[in-house]
Design a protein around this ligand. Structure first.
Ligand code: XIL
Length: 302
């Protein structure tokens, strides 16, 4: 195969990319996007501050720009994200208790209903667990409405769009032994046991020198998958350069390929200069749009 998307497709998986709408006028960017990737995730345009800037007044125009481009190009869309502690509009900060819970569920319902048939999978909840060794939930306005806010969101999303896959997404859950990984694992196990509609777990997979691709990454993926969910690398990027970075990308891709329910990989941006952490040069194409050694390593691994 000659592209990331076609190589991944041969294994029954997708290869996707995080996209920023305002870059769709950049021909180099769009050329790589259209050629190499089969799934598109809006990096910011589906976050709460973008889609519901004022309460119950929705603005889907920035997200639609990306969704329309993707669908016209025959690509699928991952929705990111319905509920997150960050990226919130100011009106939300003034709500609490039952008013906040109702606004939260209304948001989930309205956005998933609007995109029904266009978004194949949603990150329903993003980053709801705390870092560190406690395995606790992250404190947030949503969390303060009660521990059941996550399952309530999944139920609302399923009711509004029964066709979309519903995912829980988080970072630093790539190491099986970490308390945060175990806490997410217990939540997913509990959801499956009680019939809460969850279909997938997204592992963001932002790797650095201090947080490298774990040697047992495939074990983490397999353990989640064995709970009866798909797993996906949803925001993959790896700090580094040259052969070392290429080898780390090879490891990450190989881990996914080792697990049949690891259904796809998304890298979090096109070129290094498009990255949210550009100084880490963490992506597959350099600032000029040229393929890096990491690109070749991924293509060869697929
Ligand atoms: C990042 C975007 O890439 C940036 O453009 C934005 O300024 C901040 O958010 N985890 C997530 C993503 O789930 O939504 C974040 O995306 C990166 C970390």
């Amino acid at each position: 195969a000659t592209t990331l998307a076609t190589a991944a497709e041969r294994t029954g998986r997708y290869f996707g990319v995080g996209v920023q709408g305002y870059k769709l006028t950049d021909q180099t960017y769009v050329g790589i996007l259209n050629r190499e990737f089969g799934v598109v995730t809006p990096e910011n345009e589906m976050k709460l501050d973008a889609t519901e800037p004022q309460q119950n007044r929705f603005n889907f125009a920035p997200a639609d720009r990306i969704v329309d481009h993707a669908l016209q190009q025959g690509k699928r869309v991952r929705g990111h994200t319905l509920l997150w502690h960050a990226g919130q509009p100011s009106w939300l900060a003034g709500l609490r208790g039952t008013a906040l819970r109702a606004a939260m569920l209304n948001h989930v319902t309205q956005v998933t209903a609007y995109y029904r048939g266009k978004v194949y999978a949603w990150d329903v909840v993003n980053e709801a667990f705390a870092d560190g060794t406690t395995g606790a939930r992250r404190d947030s306005n949503f969390q303060r409405t009660g521990d059941d806010w996550i399952e309530a969101a999944f139920h609302a999303a399923r009711a509004a769009d029964p066709t979309a896959k519903l995912c829980y997404n988080d970072y630093n859950i790539e190491n099986r032994a970490h308390a945060k990984t175990q806490a997410v694992y217990r939540m997913v196990r509990d959801f499956k046991a009680r019939g809460v509609p969850i279909d997938c777990v997204g592992l963001q997979s932002h790797f650095t020198a201090n947080h490298p691709v774990p040697a047992d990454f495939a074990t983490t993926l397999r353990d989640f998958a064995d709970l009866g969910v798909d797993v996906q690398l949803t925001e993959l990027d790896i700090e580094g350069s040259g052969a070392a970075q290429a080898e780390n990308y090879r490891r990450a891709v190989t881990a996914c390929l080792a697990v049949s329910r690891c259904t796809g990989i998304t890298v979090w941006g096109v070129r290094d200069s498009d990255s949210w952490r550009a100084s880490a040069t963490p992506l597959l194409f350099d600032h000029s749009g040229a393929e890096k050694p990491a690109y070749t390593a991924v293509l060869d691994a697929l």
